[in-house]
Design a protein around this ligand. Structure first.
Ligand code: OGA
Ligand code: NI
Length: 350
C-alpha cells in the first residue's frame, strides 16, 4: 500500500467551491458511512466537569469525577478550566484566518510526510490511504515551544504569537489533567508526568469545508487517538461523534468548554482501566467547521507500558513495553481503522 505512486493530492479547501457532488476518491464503501439516522443525539451523555476548585478543598471530589468519566466514558468536557475566553477566541479566529488565506500562501506549508514537525496537509495520510477524508489540516509541534515556533507559518502575521499563547495555556491544562488522572488511578500525582519522559505536545488545526454529500464521506473516520490525552477546542458547528455502547453519539459544542479524551497511551499506562474511545468527525452541507485538538504525548524515546501498581494481584499485564516512537510510526502508517493501534502491542494471555 505504502509504495503506491500518487500525484500530490490538492487541498480540499481549494477544490470545493461550486462542487455539487463528492469526488469518487472521497466516497466510502456502503458499509462504512456515517448513517446519520442511526446517530444518537443526547447532550447529557458526555460528562461535563467543572474544574473550579481543583486546587482547593474540592480536589478529591473533582478527581473522583474525572476518574469516573475516564472509566465509564473515556471522554468528558471541562468548564472553569483556567483558559480565558480571549485566548480561545483568538485561537479560533486565527485558525479561520489561516484557512481563508489564498491557496498560494497556505501551500508554502504543504507536506504529505507525516513525520514532518510542521505541515499543512489534507485527509489523513494521502501516501497510504485508499479513500480520502473531507478535511485539510495544519499540524504543529508545540513543546518545547522555542524548539518549534520558528518553523510555524508567518502568515497571518500574528499567527505565532496567538497560537504560541494558546499552546502554553493548553499545556498548563494538560498538566493539571494528567495529575488528576494519575491520582484518580491511585498513582502518585506525577506518575504520568514522569512516564511521558520529556513530554511532547502536538496540535492539529482541522478545517472541514462544507460538503455537498456528507452522508457519503467522513471528516475523519472512526479512530482512537495515539497520544496520552487530547484536549479539543472546537467552534460552534457540530461534527464530533463518540462511540458509546455500540452507537455513535453526537457531541454538541458548548462554548468555552474543552472536550478531553483519553488516548491510547493512558489506556496502556492504566492497563486498560481507562479506555481510549473511538470517535469520528462528520461533515455537513452548509457550514465549514474548525476543530483544534491538542495531542499531549510522551517524548518519542519514552518507554511506555502498564504501571506496575496496576498489574499486580488479580489483573495481568495487558501490554508489552514499547518506545512511543514505535507506536507513533505504526499509527501513521496503518491508516485510521477501528481496530485501535494499541491492539498491536497487546500481550497474549490464556
Ligand atoms: C482528531 C479528532 C475530532 C474533531 O483530530 O483526532 O478526533 O471533532 N478530531 O475534529
Ligand atoms: Ni481524534
Amino acid at each position: 500500500m505504502a509504495s503506491k505512486l500518487k500525484q500530490p493530492q490538492p487541498l480540499l479547501s481549494d477544490l470545493v467551491s461550486g462542487m455539487s457532488s463528492v469526488p469518487s476518491n472521497y466516497i466510502r464503501p456502503a458499509n462504512d458511512r456515517p448513517n446519520f439516522h442511526e446517530v444518537v443525539s443526547f447532550d447529557g451523555s458526555i460528562p461535563l466537569i467543572d474544574l473550579q476548585g481543583l486546587y482547593g478543598p474540592k480536589r478529591s471530589e473533582i478527581v473522583k469525577e474525572i476518574g469516573l468519566a475516564c472509566l465509564n466514558y473515556g471522554f468528558f468536557q471541562v468548564s472553569s478550566h483556567g483558559i480565558s475566553e480571549a485566548v480561545i477566541n483568538n485561537m479560533l479566529d486565527i485558525s479561520r484566518d489561516f484557512f481563508h488565506m489564498p491557496e498560494s500562501e497556505r501551500l508554502k506549508n504543504y507536506s504529505d510526510d507525516p513525520m514532518k514537525t510542521m505541515r499543512l496537509s489534507t485527509s489523513f495520510n494521502v501516501r497510504t490511504e485508499n479513500v480520502s477524508s473531507w478535511r485539510d489540516y495544519l499540524r504543529l509541534h508545540c513543546h518545547p515551544l522555542e524548539d518549534y515556533i520558528q518553523e510555524w507559518p508567518t502568515n497571518p502575521p500574528s499567527f505565532r504569537e496567538v497560537v504560541g499563547e494558546y499552546c502554553r495555556n493548553a499545556r498548563g491544562l494538560a498538566l493539571r489533567l494528567l495529575e488528576a488522572i494519575s491520582e484518580s488511578l491511585g498513582l502518585e500525582k506525577d506518575y504520568i508526568d514522569k512516564a511521558l519522559g520529556k513530554h511532547g505536545q502536538h496540535m492539529a488545526i482541522n478545517y472541514y469545508p462544507p460538503c455537498p454529500q456528507p452522508d457519503l464521506t467522513y471528516g475523519l473516520p472512526g479512530h482512537s487517538d495515539p497520544n496520552a490525552v487530547t484536549i479539543l477546542l472546537q467552534d460552534d458547528v457540530p461534527g464530533l461523534q463518540v462511540l458509546r455502547n455500540g452507537k455513535w453519539v453526537a457531541v454538541s459544542p458548548i462554548p468555552s468548554t474543552f472536550i478531553v479524551n483519553i488516548g491510547d497511551q493512558i489506556q496502556v499506562l492504566s492497563n486498560d482501566r481507562y479506555k481510549s474511545v473511538l470517535h469520528r468527525a462528520v461533515v455537513n452541507c452548509d457550514k465549514e467547521r474548525i476543530s483544534i485538538p491538542t495531542f499531549y504525548c510522551p517524548s518519542p524515546d519514552a518507554m511506555i507500558g502498564p504501571a506496575p501498581q496496576l498489574t499486580d494481584t488479580d489483573s495481568f499485564t495487558h501490554y508489552r513495553n514499547f518506545a512511543y516512537s514505535e507506536y507513533y510510526e505504526k499509527f501513521w502508517n496503518r491508516g485510521l481503522t477501528t481496530e485501535t493501534c494499541s491492539d498491536l502491542f497487546k500481550t497474549s494471555h490464556p
